[in-house]
Design a protein. Structure first.
Length: 62
């Protein structure tokens, strides 16, 4: 089974940003999507938000 959620470490590896900056990116995305603190961000949501191709994001999260 493939992973569906994306985590700060994945974002950090994809973007080359620090782990703290990756956490801030996901936090901002949660606000933009009106998600609560305990909800997860999916790979698809991150791909749309960041403009990075979904296949590229999935490949790096594997």
């Amino acid at each position: 089974m493939k992973r569906v959620c994306i985590y700060p470490k994945d974002v950090s590896l994809l973007t080359g940003k620090s782990l703290r900056h990756a956490q801030k990116i996901l936090q901002d995305l949660k606000v933009a999507l009106k998600k609560s603190k305990n909800q997860f961000i999916t790979i698809e949501e991150f791909a749309i938000y960041s403009g990075i191709d979904k296949a590229t994001v999935e490949k790096s999260c594997a």
